[in-house]
Write a protein that binds this ligand. Structure first.
Ligand code: DOR
Ligand code: ZN
Length: 348
């Protein structure tokens, strides 16, 4: 049987939520990944070191006892974020980054930032303390077409931020366009990007053609095929600026199958299998380990993992639903066949 062994990957962008939903979804991420950057867009958002430490404790409680997993915490930037909070965060070992949501760009982003210039002193502090800034890169201008929002953000905001703070380490999260790939390639080595499995595997036809499929709805929204091709080329290029970040973002099925459906794809249950499918399609399985297991750790200046995992080529069908009777979560590509399957983490 065909197998693929890798140093155990990390997920550099994931939503694990809190409460019962956390208990339901966290084991999937913890089984595949050694570490994960945990998004802070809870309700209310995780804006202080104290909140991040409390959230971290809740996550630690939800990790199955037979797996090793380390949550890497982030803080949510608001117009009220203080310099002293940045300083404290930088001095706290378990906090690894700040997340910038333009206010209104996505799920629970209302407390985010409208006026980027207003937080320039905070960005200067992040640069000074060498604390990475993770960016949801979309403008929120209602008059801007939703398919253009990432490109316009790069042109009107990100270029300026990078120019003003060249030593600030920036991760442009979940890139979806050719323009984002080009921006990251052209920027200095302090700029990197995460890429999700859905943006590598699907274009906007998956969401819109032949019926509206809400489980393919995420933000930034899926784009045209040439953009997907550009992402796949970047992910499989071996360029260390591009690394794995699933953006697995579970919502209850009822909230996605809705007149105003929530944004987010639940992919954590088979994240590596999805990436393996995308890399195999591009004939680049040999590039998966760098993308999934090395480049993110290098960017965050954390040691690479040493434990290995194995993927086996063995077809299986994705179930229609994950979770419990009360917490029903429809997975990405429910009912479809995946060719790869991760075995338990290899024995030490
Ligand atoms: O699709 C998304 N879902 N994009 C985001 O930026 C947030 C996420 C969520 O938290 O549901
Ligand atoms: Zn996200």
């Amino acid at each position: 049987m065909k197998t693929l062994s890798l140093i155990q990957p990390d997920d550099w962008h994931v939503h694990v939520r809190n409460g019962d939903l956390l208990k339901t979804v966290l084991p999937y991420t913890a089984r595949q990944f050694a570490r994960a950057i945990i998004m802070p867009n809870l309700k209310p958002p995780v804006t202080t070191v104290a909140q991040a430490l409390a959230y971290r404790a809740e996550i630690l409680q939800a990790i199955p006892s037979d797996v090793n997993f380390t949550p890497l915490m982030t803080l949510y930037l608001t117009p009220q974020t203080t310099l002293s909070e940045v300083q404290q965060a930088a001095a706290t070992e378990s906090i690894h980054a700040f997340k910038l949501y333009p206010a209104g760009a996505t799920t629970n982003s209302e407390a985010g930032v409208n006026d980027l210039r207003g937080i320039f002193p905070i960005l200067a502090a992040l640069e000074k303390y060498d604390m990475p800034l993770l960016i949801h890169g979309e403008v929120t201008d209602e008059s801007c077409d939703i398919f253009d929002r990432e490109r316009v953000f790069i042109d009107t905001q990100l270029t300026q931020i990078h120019h003003q703070f060249p030593a600030l380490r920036i991760v442009l999260e979940h890139v979806t366009t050719t323009e984002a790939v080009q921006f990251v390639q052209a920027a200095n080595t302090n700029v990197a990007a995460t890429i999700t499995p859905q943006h590598l595997l699907f274009n906007r036809n998956a969401l819109l053609a032949g019926g509206l499929r809400p489980h393919f709805y995420c933000l930034p929204v899926l784009k045209r095929e040439p953009h997907r091709q550009a992402l796949l080329a970047a992910a499989t290029s071996g360029n260390p600026k591009f690394f794995l970040g699933t953006d697995s973002a579970p919502h209850l099925s009822a909230l996605k199958e809705n007149a105003c459906g929530c944004a987010g794809c639940f992919s954590a249950f088979a994240a590596l299998e999805f990436y393996a499918a995308a890399f195999e399609d591009a004939n680049a399985l040999d590039k998966l380990e760098g993308f999934a297991s090395f480049y993110g750790a290098d960017f965050y200046r954390l040691p690479r993992n040493t434990q290995t995992i194995t993927l086996v080529k063995s077809a299986w069908q994705i179930p229609p639903v994950y979770g419990t009777a009360d917490i029903r979560i429809t997975p990405l590509q429910a009912g479809e066949i995946l060719q790869w399957q991760m075995q338990s983490p290899d024995a030490l």
